[in-house]
Design a protein. Structure first.
Length: 346
């Protein structure tokens, strides 16, 4: 009976040997997730903490806030300076127009004073006018020229303050833009007193942040772990990567949930082994060198977690990659098969 079952067992075993080679399985794989320390770019006193430990939050949800009083005062100050800059520019435009009017009036007076000088010169040549009258006429002509020069200098200075274009809208003037930038920055800082979740996730270490504590800019308040962007960091042996390619389908099992499976894909394979990135890489220069099979980091994405148990970063998993490559018969078995086929045809 046992001898009768032996061929069947060999056939079944051979089938699984040939077909089983297309699946790469490794249990050196762990769940990973985006994880950040929640910080802010403004410093201040914590006014409220709006979440509790291990609470699930949505993107945009308020996590905590700082006291806004000083930031509101700063914003009001910049708005006042913006108004002052606007009034200054309006006054400069009015002053420039006034200077142009003065230039036009002074230039219109020059021909008249020139005519008076010429008349006095003719009269004095005929002894019909005094030298004093001629001197007064020349003085008035020089004063008119001087008035034009002063008005033009004043107009040029005013025009320079207006950015070289008196007809340019006030909102495009550098002085106004500088004041507006200060307002925008003050508004940004006020808005940043309310800290929101940058993505969906779960908050941890919330107790590290207490109401009334002072938080420096860029100082971490607590941590946020993503519940959406999760992946698996697998570390298969280098000898198992022969037929691994990005895009191949993956079946995922999590130790925490026996019997439940997830699907995914090979996202990428590291260009170097894990030990290559060590602070002190191994030096295989001694005479007692022992060959050690290296492990190559591989990233596996998870297709969909809807309707499945919650996943946590750090969970142990088993990943089975379908390489699509069958192992095939061993060389000696292939030779025997070829011989038997040849005899069968004879």
């Amino acid at each position: 009976m046992l001898f009768a079952l032996l061929p069947i067992a060999l056939v079944i075993g051979g089938y699984y040997y040939v077909e089983g080679g297309q699946i790469l399985s490794t249990d050196n794989a762990y769940l990973q997730a985006d994880m950040i320390g929640v910080t802010n770019d403004v410093a201040g006193t914590v006014a409220s903490v709006d979440v509790h430990e291990n609470q699930e939050v949505r993107q945009g949800q308020v996590l905590f806030s700082l006291k806004p009083d000083s930031f509101r005062i700063a914003l009001d100050g910049t708005k006042a300076k913006l108004g002052a800059a606007r009034n200054q520019l309006l006054n400069l435009q009015a002053s420039y127009r006034e200077s142009l009017a003065q230039i036009a009036q002074a230039e219109a007076d020059i021909p008249y004073f020139q005519t008076v000088v010429e008349r006095q010169e003719r009269l004095i040549s005929g002894s019909a006018a005094s030298q004093t009258a001629l001197d007064d006429a020349k003085h008035n002509l020089d004063a008119a020229h001087q008035k034009v020069a002063v008005a033009k200098a004043q107009a040029d200075a005013t025009l320079a303050q207006l950015g070289g274009n008196a007809d340019q809208p006030i909102e495009q003037n550098p002085l106004y833009l500088e004041a507006q930038a200060a307002v925008d920055d003050a508004q940004r800082q006020l808005n940043n007193t309310v800290v929101r979740a940058p993505f969906d996730g779960i908050v941890t270490n919330v107790s590290a942040l207490q109401v009334g504590s002072y938080l420096e800019a860029a100082q971490q308040g607590f941590s946020l772990v993503s519940t959406r962007n999760m992946w698996i960091a697998a570390n298969p042996k280098e000898t198992e990567l022969t037929y691994i390619k990005p895009g191949q389908p993956v079946t995922i099992s999590v130790d925490t949930y026996p019997g439940v499976q997830w699907t995914g894909k090979v996202a990428s394979v590291s260009p170097a082994s894990g030990s290559s990135f060590a602070l002190l890489p191994a030096q295989n220069t001694s005479g007692n060198w022992v060959k050690v099979v290296q492990r190559i980091p591989m990233r596996v994405t998870i297709d969909d977690t809807a309707g499945k148990p919650p996943l946590r970063a750090g969970m142990s998993t088993v990943v089975d990659v379908d390489t699509g490559h069958k192992r095939g018969l061993p060389e000696f078995a292939q030779k025997l098969l070829n011989l038997s086929t040849a005899y069968a045809h004879e």
